[in-house]
Design a protein around this ligand. Structure first.
Ligand code: ADP
Ligand code: MG
Length: 289
């Protein structure tokens, strides 16, 4: 039988925008020790904007036009930002063929007879493409501010880099502080590059930053953080970690796969729902004991 206080707690959670899809999650959260967060879309709004372009041997509009032509075929939030910037500039996008996306890396395609690749530096390196030092220097400066760099190669030459800035969620700083006040440790587990992740983690006061990981790496990081690890995420790439964590918490504005993989859903997307859920869980368990 489900104790009355769990039913009451689940009901109270629903009022607070915290959906407990399983009653035992409400019990288990009380013994949480570490809260691991995805970055993009979880601690940030997941709505990046294009804030800078650097090019090498190509003009800015042509770089943006080709990059957007490829990104129009991607569902990644970074891709949407590049397409939105091209559209805002009134650029007509040519057609992309032979499209091939790689999780946590980027996307390749052919446009107007050119072989294009757009993604992080690892995507270029793994394709055997040498990165352009001047473009990498620009990208490094962007990462220090918390922006994410995306690189474009054309026919095997690194030709442009784009800076994408994704605002931190307004209540994320407060959520992290409340978790620390509750005696928990915090971590960020992200596919983004280390310097960007550390800049964002620094602004938030996160204890521990794990960067540059693919979805399997997120799962492994959750395992490594040990027993009592809660993972909070929103993306397709978060699903394995959400399922593997002691408790998976999905951001309600996230993907269906993330929501289905989680035991708790924050309907509004406010990260303060995490400390709220913990306090509720502790109150309920205090009643049962
Ligand atoms: P996160 O953990 O931050 O949600 P992802 O695993 O979705 O990150 O992506 C990791 C990295 O892969 C991104 O920061 C980006 O550098 C690169 N990437 C993936 N898909 C794309 C794309 N379509 N365009 C550009 N970069 C991409
Ligand atoms: Mg995400």
């Amino acid at each position: 039988a489900v104790p009355v206080s769990i039913m009451v707690g689940t009901g109270r959670g629903a009022e607070l925008g915290i959906l407990f899809r399983r009653g035992d999650a409400l019990q288990r959260l009380a013994s949480a020790k570490v809260i691991g967060f995805d970055k993009t879309g979880t601690l940030t709004l997941g709505k990046p904007a294009l804030t800078a372009i650097e090019t090498a041997g190509i003009d800015r509009d042509q770089a943006l036009r080709l990059a957007a032509a490829v990104e129009a075929r991607s569902e990644h939030p970074l891709a949407a930002a590049i397409v939105a910037a091209a559209t805002a500039d009134g650029i007509d996008l040519p057609n992309a063929t032979a499209v091939k996306a790689t999780v946590g890396r980027g996307i390749a395609a052919e446009v107007e007879g050119h072989a294009l690749l757009i993604g992080n530096a690892a995507a270029l390196t793994e394709a055997g493409i040498a990165t352009e030092p001047a473009l990498i220097a620009a990208a490094d400066a962007w990462t220090a501010t918390g922006a994410t760099p995306v690189h474009l190669s054309i026919d095997g030459r690194h030709r442009a880099s784009f800076a994408l800035s994704d605002p931190i969620r307004p209540d994320a700083v407060e959520a992290v502080r409340e978790l620390h006040d509750l005696g928990l440790r915090t971590a960020m587990i992200t596919g983004d590059v280390r310097r960007t992740a550390e800049a964002v983690g620094g602004k938030l006061g996160i204890d521990h930053v794990i960067a540059g990981v693919l979805p399997d790496g997120k799962l492994k990081a959750v395992h490594d953080l040990g027993k009592g690890t809660v993972f909070v995420g929103d993306g397709i790439n978060d699903a394995p970690a959400l399922a593997a964590a002691d408790t998976g918490i999905a951001i309600g504005t996230g993907t269906d796969i993330a929501i289905e993989s989680a035991e708790v859903v924050l309907t509004g997307g406010d990260p303060k729902g995490v400390p709220r859920a913990l306090r509720l869980s502790r109150a309920v368990m205090g009643n049962i004991r």
